[in-house]
Design a protein around this ligand. Sequence first.
Ligand SMILES: [Ca+2]
Ligand SMILES: [Ca+2]
Ligand SMILES: [Ca+2]
Length: 194
Amino acid sequence: MIKRRAIIAFLALSMVAVMSSGVLYAYFNDTETSSGNSFTAGTIDLTVDAQNPWASTEFTAENLVPGSTGFKTMLLTNAGNSPGTLSGRLTNINNGPGSTSEPEALLGTDSGELGSSMMITVWVDSNSNGLVDGTETTAYSGTVNSATTSWNLGSLAGGATSKVSIKYLIPTSVGNEIQGDICTFSIEYTLTQT
Ligand SMILES: [Ca+2]
Ligand SMILES: [Ca+2]
Ligand SMILES: [Ca+2]
């Protein structure tokens, strides 16, 4: 009886060993493979007037007086292949007194009031005519000094170009306090992935 039990136990252990080795039991199987797969990142690359990086100075207007106005249209292109949202702002704004004329001196201290007096308007100027017309909408309108907040200039698909105009105006209500004043600034455009 003991011998028979030992044989049964041995056979059971042997079957477990064979099953776990997989030698005895092979199921039908079939494998398919797709090769040549890859992941490639897209690109976002803003250019201005086909410059990359943007190296031009856009405004060097001199001898401005109340009533002076002008504009510049810049071509902003997404040279990448991924869509983005375009924004802009002024940075590094510095106001200096420049020269102080006799009538300006009569008003007291000359601390450089041009940036707080001068107005700019920014918009996507689709027909680049310097006017906010047709379906064009203003992205920013206010003083130079306050133009540091972000202007929303809409979307820019890969390979697409937007024409952005910046128009300046010194209101005729401005007086002698800006005589000889100098306002310097940088223009910054940013294209952000959407
Ligand atoms: Ca760029
Ligand atoms: Ca226009
Ligand atoms: Ca001055």
